[in-house]
Design a protein around this ligand. Sequence first.
Ligand SMILES: [Fe+2]
Length: 345
Amino acid sequence: MAPSRIDVPEPTSTPNPLKSHQSTKQETHYGDFRDDFFKNGYTVIKGVLSKERAREYQSEALTWLESFNIGFDRNDRSTWKKENLPQSFKGGMYLHFAAAHEKYMWDVRTEPGVIEPFAKLWGTDELVVSFDTVNITLPQSIVGEYDSKPWPHCDQAPERKGLACVQGIVNLSESGPNDGGLVVMKGSAALFDKFFEENPVTGPMPWRTAKHKDFHPFSDKDLDWYREHGCELIKVCAEPGDLILWDSREMHWAQFGDSDLIRTIVYATYTPAAWMTEEDRAAKKELFENYETTTHWPHTNLYTHGKATIKVDGEEVPDPLERDEPLTKPVKTERLLQLAGVVPY
Ligand SMILES: [Fe+2]
């Protein structure tokens, strides 16, 4: 995900019916997962898929990983090596190869149990979904070290005010205390505005030249600031079939596990389709038609990760494993096309 210098407008606030959640004060009591979500900035919703269904999806993800035919075999641990896998980001996020548009990925995204909590949160089932990717991380204990240094960040630019994006992980493998998984600074989302008021971003920052500006990296002293304001770091635990939701203003990163499990998750984020401009709709349609993989933002910030390249004799050349289309194409139902932003509601 090399940053590219392109001229994009500064992020602005998104029209948002849940404006009250800009503040740290919770003004509504819901009696469901939303209470935890607004208080802590994240929540785990149990069993949006059955465990069996989650295992089936995990199996499809592993079948996809084997389909590159470069040596990886899920049933033979001696083949669990980096050189037997296609390139990925941070040990397991597949940003290329039309990964986001495999049929099984769309099957996960169109699961009613996955969509329902987002519909409840936003007060509408007229949603658009991100063309986000799968994360299949093989254990470091077997394949060796990854770049596993924590990278605390939030996925919302300081300039974008209020609740604007809620990220989702559809968990397809166990994520216990010793397994890989999401780490959050519990309660940090509600302190987003206060943090940036007291710690304004000044001067050039690497992320300001990145394609997508809804990102901010935090330093160790920023972690201390949040701790001093009552937040704590939590490794989010979940079982196969659970949905993890977190506010994009929440500080978070992915932690590698010590166990020998293959961490398998699908990132899926939904926002109201009404928030998308006509310009963004046209961009999203084009990305969909080209089977591109993007970030977790569904309605704005629509940038492809581009085609995979490798270095040969110091020169960037196309990765021979790159694909122009998914191995198994999704069935383009009306619901799928609505969620993709291709067909309006
Ligand atoms: Fe993130």
